[in-house]
Design a protein around this ligand. Structure first.
Ligand SMILES: [Zn+2]
Length: 883
């Protein structure tokens, strides 16, 4: 921790590095508390540097420096300057030179989980964003690309498996067989954030993949002993992802081996280190008994995501961290497309849009709003956000919508051709699409620099005499921190106009062509589009497929929504209409409850939903999405100010109950007919069946009758897979019945020995809306299986409570806020990155009603005043409080 307040780093201050590193030779002798790292760097002054003769300043933190040699000569304290964050050489040769640096690090003592650390006896590394500087002194920035050779040495017993990036070169034994070593070489130049090393006693499963040019690649997934049988799905996902990237984007894998290692303590989900992906083990290990369908889907998607980085991130990396979305937004887009192709395009889109709205729209509406390409940061780890990832993916998707799939692919091909082996920028990426398609995207680029969610206010007028419809669109761009005024964006608005029989009418622009793709471009603040040959008043279906990350306002009556739910040819929008209808009903109920009125409201919605789910030929997964009402947090986001969580909860419960009652027979039939028969399959079909059945169970349980609660208990106690069991456990944990404790005890007895599965037990209790939840959560922080040093435990217990339990976290007495502030302060001393993440649960505090707002502010102020806080936490808290 530096004592002085850290200064922000600004995009506009970017300068090319003064020195380049061509090769790195590492020699690392692993030891639990005193690992020796010897690094030999071949450096030279950068011919493209702006200033000549700058001293060489290497980044380094938490390192013990043993020796520095320059071209073989040992340097003394007079030759360099050393402080907490750097090593600066006073004089270096004008030409190429070699630097040998020996440092010591303590993997066991590293609880921040950045750099080299040890978890469950396994040595592993996490270098993105700036972890390498905790391993050795280096130019720790993504635009310094070098080839790496890494020799690792360790006790044979302690670490029989020794891995690094690239291909294996050599291995052997030392000291009479007690120690051994392995040498790895990565021929592809990379920034140090992609460096990785693993050493441990691990088991593995193996397979091979033949690439499109006929090369054979050895694939291996390393896991804890005894967990091998749970790695099969990840391996299967990897091979499908490798094939998909060849077919869809023409991208082939480039090394002889591809290794994945699953570790139990990891700050992120997974990391794309070249040829050696390191994963949080909950995103690798799965079996029907231990993992839910959601986890199976997440494994498929994250394994693909990290693999896809090999081209979008590794072969072409980012020039600086402001360009993070260049690799993340693009790679999220690629993994979404992969999941859509592997499963259902429409359902995948619904899942992605739900996620975007719940995470990113919330972020955009609060104090942490920032552009997809931020312009300043204090701690880059705070910018691994929904905006960079999810909205970043939406921007890539909009480029595809604007150009069409063919030109989009041509632009991607050009990007791979032009920038392979380089550290690129967002501007260079966009230029590839402009060059490939001949389209000017300069206006579109504003999306990268303007924060906030645009709102499209739409109005449709119909002139029965002229048989003409006019769509007026106004784009409203709400202010965000640091950006009070904004310029209009270039927004692709995909739409349809439905005629009286429910069919799409041809979109003939007045005096112009027919819009084949149904996309109009909104480029000005206010715009009108006239459509001719419209026989009768049409019903508009707007923002089809969610063609832009925007909110839409349009005056649709209940009848219009019912018409769209029954007829829209765009299945995404059919779901959207149902979701809008549910939201409208919920908000109206909240309003009525606030006025003390009776809330006999929602019957029409329930009936429309009943028609919707009985539509022919619909996939089960799609029906499950229809049956999943907006969450209480969604309602709070849409209400936006003076939020009172208890009234939202009451409205939500009433609607769930009403739907459960109105659709009762239909739901019971679905529940009975779709029971699993035969062996479990994690594929889209099986997962869809379980999803609709569990959604039906939730709505039936909401009726609260005795047989409903008995069904719920039966569902838990007779479950043959974790999807059903975990779903029922969450529901039971919310009930005040004796079966609650019976199920929780049963789950604990069965899974206390499994550090992944037991997280569901922590999370189910933290998620419960019962008034006793906070004291339960507090007690669980002292449970022997809980540890503040284990990020997955923190996320399961504290994260679930703060982020997914609106009523209990936002308790009127403020005790939820006090608890979170206490936990953040304790965590900050161990793992600042995770502490900052947890703190972001306060991001909605300004939208709360005044009493809760005051209590949240005082909890935040306490965090802000704490002595010795990390830059991670201080950056988030000062933004929250607008300091
Ligand atoms: Zn990524």
């Amino acid at each position: 921790m530096t004592a002085k307040r850290p200064r922000p780093i600004l995009l506009k201050n970017y300068r090319p590095p003064a020195y380049l590193i061509d090769t790195v030779e590492l020699d690392i002798a692993l030891d639990p508390t005193r690992t020796r790292v010897h690094s030999r760097l071949k450096l030279r002054p950068n011919p493209k540097a702006e200033k000549k003769k700058e001293p060489l300043r290497l980044d380094g933190e938490h390192l013990e420096l043993a020796e520095v040699r320059l071209d073989g000569r040992t340097l003394t304290g007079k030759d360099y300057r050393l402080d907490d964050t750097s090593l600066t050489l006073k004089k270096t040769p004008a030409k190429a030179f070699t630097l040998d640096i020996t440092t010591y690090v303590n993997p066991e003592g590293n609880k921040a989980l950045q750099g080299l650390y040890r978890t469950n006896g396994v040595y592993c590394t996490q270098c993105e964003a700036q972890g390498f500087r905790r391993i050795s002194y280096y130019l720790d920035r993504p635009d310094v690309l070098a080839t790496y050779t890494c020799r690792i040495e360790a006790e044979m017993d302690e670490a029989p498996v020794l891995l690094s990036n690239g291909n294996p070169l050599e291995r052997g034994t030392l000291a009479g067989g007690k120690r051994h070593y392995a040498v790895w070489h990565d021929p592809y130049p990379k920034p140090c954030y992609l460096f990785a090393l693993v050493g441990g006693d691990l088991s593995s499963i193996a397979s091979t993949f033949r690439t499109m040019s006929g090369r054979e690649v050895d694939l291996r997934i390393y896991v804890e002993h005894g967990k091998e049988s749970r790695a099969g799905w990840a391996m299967d996902s990897l091979k499908r992802a490798m094939r998909w990237d060849e077919e869809r984007f023409g991208r082939e894998y480039d090394l002889d081996v591809f290794n994945i290692v699953a570790v139990s303590d990891f700050n992120m989900g997974a990391m794309e280190n070249k040829g050696l992906n390191v994963f949080n083990d909950r995103l690798i290990l799965a079996s029907p008994e231990t993992a839910t369908d959601t986890i199976f889907e997440a494994i498929e998607s994250v394994v693909a995501h990290e693999y896809f980085h090999n081209w979008t991130g590794n072969r072409i990396t980012c020039r600086d961290w402001f360009q993070l979305c260049l690799k993340e937004g693009l790679t999220v887009f690629r993994d979404q497309e992969f999941s859509g192709d592997e499963r259902s395009e429409t359902v995948q889109r619904i899942i992605d849009v739900r996620r975007l709205k719940s995470l990113q729209f919330t972020e955009d509406a609060g104090p942490l709003a920032h552009p997809v390409r931020p312009e300043s940061y204090i701690e880059i780890n705070n910018f691994y956000t929904a905006t960079v990832y999810e909205k970043g993916a939406e921007l890539v998707r909009m480029i595809q919508t604007l150009l069409g799939r063919d030109y989009f692919r041509k632009g991607m091909d050009l990007y791979f051709d032009r920038h392979d082996g380089e550290a690129a920028t967002v501007d260079e990426f966009i230029t590839c699409f402009e060059d490939a398609s001949g389209t000017d995207l300069s206006h579109f680029k504003r999306w990268y620099s303007q924060a906030g969610t645009p709102e499209l206010v739409c109005d449709l007028h119909f002139d029965p005499e002229k048989k003409r419809a006019r769509l007026d669109v106004e784009q409203v761009l709400p202010p965000t921190p640091g950006q009070p005024h904004k310029k209009p964006l270039d927004i692709p608005l995909k739409l349809g106009l439905l005629g009286g029989n429910g069919q799409d009418l041809p979109l003939k622009l007045d005096g112009g062509p027919v819009l084949e793709d149904g996309v109009v471009h909104i480029t000005k603040r206010k715009q009108s589009f006239k459509f001719s040959d419209i026989p009768s008043r049409p019903v508009p279906s707007l923002l089809r497929g969610f063609s832009a990350p925007a909110n839409i306002t349009v005056d649709l009556s209940d009848q219009d929504l019912e018409f769209l739910i029954a007829n829209d040819s765009d299945l995404f929008n059919r779901w959207q209409a149902a979701n809008t209808y549910a939201m409208r009903t919920l908000i109206e109920t909240v309003r009525r409850l606030a006025k003390g009125k009776k809330a006999s409201h929602g019957m029409r919605y329930a009936k429309a939903l009943s028609t919707a789910i009985s539509g022919e030929g619909l996939e089960n997964a799609y029906r499950a999405e229809l049956l999943t009402l907006p969450s209480q947090a969604d309602v709070a986001r849409v209400i936006g100010k003076n939020v009172e969580p208890v009234s939202i909860q009451r409205a939500h419960r009433r609607l769930m109950k009403l739907v459960g009652r109105t659709l009762g027979d239909q739901l019971e039939d679905l529940y009975d007919e779709l029971a699993d028969e035969g062996p479990f399959s994690p594929d889209a079909e099986g997962a869809g069946r379980r999803a609709v059945r569990n959604a039906a169970l939730t709505l039936l349980t909401a009726r609260g009758e005795k047989p409903d609660l008995e069904r719920l208990s039966r569902h838990y106690f007779t479950a043959t897979n974790m999807t059903d069991r975990a779903h029922a456990l969450y529901q039971l944990a919310a009930q005040r019945s004796s079966d609650r404790e019976r199920a929780l005890n049963d789950f604990y007895e069965q899974w206390q020995g499994d550090h992944i599965v037991i997280d569901t037990w922590f999370a189910a209790q933290a998620h419960s809306p019962l008034a006793s939840t906070l004291s339960r959560v507090k007690a669980l922080t002292r449970h022997p299986l809980f540890a503040l040093t284990a990020p997955n435990k923190v996320r399961a217990l504290i994260g679930t409570f703060a982020l997914t339990n609106p009523v209990q976290f936002n308790r009127a007495d403020g005790a939820g806020y006090t608890f979170l502030a206490d936990q953040v302060l304790a965590l900050d001393r161990l793992n600042p990155q995770i502490a900052a993440r947890m703190l972001s649960a306060f991001r909605i505090w300004r939208s709360l009603e005044p009493k809760r707002r005051a209590k949240a502010r005082s909890a935040l102020s306490r965090v802000a005043r704490a002595k010795g806080g990390s830059p991670d936490v201080q950056e988030i808290v000062s933004k929250m409080l607008e300091l």
